[in-house]
Design a protein around this ligand. Structure first.
Ligand code: GLY
Length: 380
């Protein structure tokens, strides 16, 4: 999604873009749940990320409207909000802390009683004792979004090369990049290379160590459920995205207008492993049904695993590198879908040297320079 969104904005600025990817938006973008939830996910010590994420969320409605108008495709932006449910005293205390932290940061959320939670989400588990409603946290259908972006970049004149990048080519003085070579041996020359290869960004051949973004793969296993075709279910699907801590794990359930319910996700440091494990599926279902028992009636239509690009401080890495015409856009960790609009604007501004002054603080927050001393692959 980061590569496609950036490509779209670059084509709009008159750049001639070649996208080299064997399966565009086929990895974490395809597996993701599409939560746009900077307020629910706000974390101590990560306020720099929060500001970038809030700005990206602010840009989302226009980003989606423009994309939908251009392509005639709906991308399923839902604005019902997110409800964080608490089922025991520990969860209740955690929600009270989160609510206080959000208020301290000027963010709006509302504590709800058990009865209030059930009045807006009747299928919550009877054990839900209270909740925190974050009306401003939304969701989008990430697969539809990626399809629309691909259509938009092709309509904008970009060329799609469905091959793997084998090497980024660097000149003899290691001062500039000259293009890329694909695994099929085809060379594409370029004035600028935008490296947006998710967790693989650190490992592409050709670059000196100092130019490689320090990203690592963070595995997520995730499920997709839906009402069985032609069969009525007695429990309504949620209207809001639902989150909870269950058995010590963060669980989320994200509904789609077409009846799909996305349940995720594990967060695992297991290198480049994308095996779907039976134990993870069991735990995700166990944790999800602790909040919404009616999911038992749904069909399990997909279990998948993908790799988020983790960075050392959980902030994305976007900007020029020690090689001036190599721009990186990776490290989005759990927030790739959310951060796509702002990332695309920043990349387009950097590549065309037209960054508006209003984006300067965001550029600083995500700049590769802040991590200059961190070797590629670090950051656990
Ligand atoms: N943004 C949710 C996840 O990465 O699981």
């Amino acid at each position: 999604v980061i590569g496609l969104a950036s490509a779209w904005r670059l084509t709009q600025r008159g750049c001639r873009v070649v996208i080299v990817d064997p399966r565009p938006a086929g990895a974490a973008t395809h597996a993701a749940a599409g939560m746009l939830a900077p307020v629910s996910e706000v974390t101590y010590g990560e306020t720099a990320l929060l500001h970038v994420a809030l700005e990206s969320l602010r840009r989302y409605p226009d980003f989606v409207a423009e994309l939908e108008d251009l392509t005639g495709r709906e991308v399923g932006l839902r604005r019902e909000g997110t409800l964080i449910a608490a089922t025991d005293a520990g969860d209740r205390a955690m929600l009270a802390d989160l609510h206080a932290f959000q208020a301290e940061l000027g963010l709006t959320s509302t504590m709800l009683t058990s009865r209030e939670c059930r009045s807006i989400e009747p299928s919550l588990h009877p054990d839900v004792r209270c909740g925190l409603l974050v009306a401003s946290d939304h969701s989008v259908d990430n697969r539809r979004l990626a399809d629309a972006l691909l259509a938009a970049v092709i309509a904008g004149g970009a060329t799609l090369v469905k091959e793997t990048v084998a090497e980024i080519c660097v000149d003899d003085n290691v001062e500039s990049v000259t293009g890329i070579v694909t695994s099929a041996g085809t060379r594409h020359s370029a004035a600028t290379v935008v490296l947006a290869a998710g967790p693989w960004s650190a490992a592409i051949a050709g670059l000196p160590a100092a130019a490689r973004p320090p990203v690592r793969p963070v595995k997520g296993q995730i499920l997709r459920l839906r009402p069985p075709t032609g069969q009525a279910v007695t429990t309504p699907l949620p209207e809001h995205s639902i989150r909870a801590i269950s058995h010590g794990h963060d669980i989320y359930l994200v509904p789609r207008a077409d009846g799909e319910l996305v349940v995720g996700a594990t967060v695992e440091d297991r290198g480049f492993d994308t095996t779907v494990r039976a134990g993870a599926v069991r735990e995700l279902l166990r944790d999800a049904r602790a909040v919404m028992p009616g999911i038992d009636e749904l069909e399990l239509v997909e279990a998948s695993a993908a790799l988020r690009p983790g960075s050392p401080d959980n902030r994305p890495i976007i900007g020029r590198t020690v090689i001036d015409n190599l721009v990186v856009a990776t490290g989005h960790h759990r927030n790739g879908i959310l951060l796509a609009p702002i990332t695309a604007d920043l990349v387009a501004g950097i590549v065309t040297s037209t960054t508006p002054a209003a984006d300067a603080a965001h550029i600083d927050a995500v700049s590769p320079a802040r991590l200059a001393k961190v070797p590629a692959g670090a950051g656990r």
